[in-house]
Design a protein around this ligand. Structure first.
Ligand code: GLY
Length: 582
């Protein structure tokens, strides 16, 4: 057993044991589990060899592992992990949200993206977001009924079980049901986020369930969500109908409309996940597969890497390379703002945007030692906004057969719209904020867009979520991250470093310092640690404005399966509380 595996085993054992029981009540159990793990006896039996799970929470990772142990495949495990994350990270994702599941089925090498993006209700009207004078109504896209789009995650869980999994939902949803009903001890991340959003939670619809008698709970508080447990059980028993029809659906429509929204029962019954062809491209001999529209992720990753392919690159962290990466991101985000949107509503020239000819022609404007002002690419009017980066969550899984899942799921901003329909325990998203309200109004991620991404009934808002597979001679990397627009740069930086290094150091990939550029605002944001004064001076000397963020961002979850021997490893970003199991 490798040292890293030994340490991961201990971390998992501690987290799993402590998460389910109190420290005092379980010390004996903890010692026994840890001894078993450290002796190597808890290594998976043959059926689990080469399997790995990385998620943002130890209890979600444990749920995935338990389902693999029960004979489930990676798709079953992804249901268990996503459902558990919905319970233990209610601020990030949940049944009231949506996401993208990137799948690889080993038996026939099918690769598909299950698009479970939330969808604008059929009755949506611009008058819900603008007053009579044409001014945007503050908060209309981020809180209350007007902020919430029709959820997609429950449909995705059912779809995965019906088309890809081996186990019934009663088994794969069992860990999440137990966590919701029996409760779990919140970690310091939960405590910190609940504190940050305390007043929002106090004033939301039934959001006091996330508080302890009206206050943000301390770490260690046991959070119970029996209503959410009951909704999960309805889905386990009745599939889609357990959520999109019957009492849950009625409660959702009622609560949203009381909170200012305009949902109809038919919006829920007609919701469908869409199987889409992922974005697939080659970069320096590697094959990369990533999220397709309505996520910008795969297209932006493809454009950025095609731009960089024309250059000799050093390591991320070397100013000469970072200058080029920033210029690539600048151009990709400009195209994101200009062209990208739900492909079922807007004709997006994807083939042209990712073509080598187009990307290379744009790259011709990059000067080795000089930043291109974003306005030189074309202007989008100014605006102001806020940014949060702890929302959204990601899970990466591989099983012993080589089936893979990279899934990024979200309710958008922390604690979503702040609406929990009575009796459901379902916290609704505020994904309507990912639409472009007007070209001069950026969203919470300071993203500005063109009218291609404007609000329309039944349309899916443009996303940045970038679940991805990177395959080269070494093996396959399965990765993704939360962080709004910064997801794209996180995945780009990790991909560049993975492909550059002859050996795989997953812990380094998920921990490496990050920077980000998104065309507008025209500045390079950098994490507070990891970029020296010399680095900043070199980038400033090339004309980049450097802004040091006040905290680190992202929470990357990565799995690697080697081509030599099929061994798997996994790593969770040290910025979060996640645990990787392999
Ligand atoms: N809600 C964040 C995203 O989809 O990019």
């Amino acid at each position: 057993m490798e040292l890293k595996q030994f340490v991961q085993g201990w971390r998992w054992a501690v987290a799993a044991a402590v998460g389910k029981h109190s420290y005092t009540a379980t010390w004996r159990r903890l010692v026994v589990v840890a001894l078993i793990v450290s002796c190597g006896w808890a290594r998976p039996a043959a059926a689990l060899q080469g399997a790995a799970v990385a998620s943002a929470h130890p209890l979600a990772t444990a749920a995935g592992e338990a389902v693999l142990e029960r004979g489930g495949n990676a798709f079953d495990a992804s249901i268990a992990v996503a459902a558990a994350l919905a319970v233990v990270e209610p601020y990030s994702s949940g049944l009231g949200g949506g996401g993208f599941f990137l799948l690889h089925r080993a038996a026939d090498r099918l690769q598909v993206m299950v698009d479970a993006r939330e969808t604008a209700p059929s009755g949506v009207a611009m008058s819900q977001y603008f007053d009579k004078e044409g001014r945007a109504i503050p908060g209309a896209t981020v809180r209350g009924g007007t902020a919430a789009a029709i959820p997609g995650l429950p449909a995705a869980l059912v779809h995965l079980a019906e088309h890809y999994g081996k186990l019934p939902l009663a088994v794969t949803l069992a860990p999440a049901m137990r966590l919701a009903r029996e409760g779990f001890q919140v970690d310091s991340r939960y405590a910190q986020i609940a504190k940050l959003r305390e007043s929002f939670l106090r004033s939301g619809v039934n959001t006091d369930v996330f508080l302890d008698r009206g206050r943000a709970p301390p770490s260690g508080y046991r959070l119970r969500q029996p209503a959410l447990g009951a909704t999960l059980e309805r889905i386990a028993q009745s599939g889609r109908a357990g959520f999109y029809e019957g009492p849950v659906a009625s409660a959702l429509v009622d609560a949203v409309n009381r909170a200012g929204g305009a949902w109809r029962a038919a919006d829920l019954t007609s919701y469908k996940v869409i199987e889409r062809e992922p974005v697939r491209f080659e970069y320096r001999g590697a094959t990369i597969t990533a999220a397709a529209l309505p996520s910008a992720g795969g297209i932006a990753l493809s454009q950025s890497l095609a731009t960089l392919e024309g250059y000799t690159l050093g390591a991320v962290g070397e100013p000469a390379t970072d200058h080029l990466v920033v210029e690539a991101l600048r151009r990709a985000f400009f195209d994101r703002a200009r062209y990208l949107a739900d492909p079922d509503f807007v004709r997006v020239p994807v083939a042209k945007l990712v073509s080598r000819e187009y990307v290379r022609a744009r790259a011709a404007g990059i000067a080795a030692g000089k930043a291109t002002p974003s306005d030189a690419l074309g202007a989008i009017p100014e605006g102001a906004s806020r940014a949060e980066s702890q929302n959204t969550t990601h899970l990466s899984i591989v099983d012993s057969e080589g089936n893979r899942v990279a899934a990024t799921v979200t309710i958008n901003l922390l604690f979503g719209s702040g609406v929990v329909p009575a009796g459901t325990g379902v916290l609704l998203n505020n994904e309507m904020d990912d639409f472009t309200l007007r070209a001069d109004l950026p969203n919470a991620f300071m993203l500005r867009g063109g009218l291609a991404n404007r609000i329309e009934p039944r349309k899916r808002p443009l996303s940045s979520m970038t679940p991805a597979f990177v395959e080269d001679d070494k093996g396959v990397l399965i990765l993704g991250a939360p962080g709004g627009s910064r997801i794209i740069s996180q995945v780009l930086l990790a991909t560049l470093e993975y492909l550059r290094a002859p050996d795989v150091d997953l812990a380094r990939l998920v921990a490496m310092p990050r920077y980000h550029h998104q065309y507008w605002p025209d500045r390079v944001e950098v994490e507070p640690q990891g970029f020296s004064a010399e680095w900043r001076a070199a980038m400033t000397g090339k004309g980049h404005e450097i802004v040091v963020a006040n905290r680190r961002w992202g929470n990357m979850q990565a799995v690697f399966k080697s081509k030599r021997g099929g061994a798997a490893q996994a790593a969770s970003d040290p910025r979060g509380e996640g645990v990787a199991w392999y």
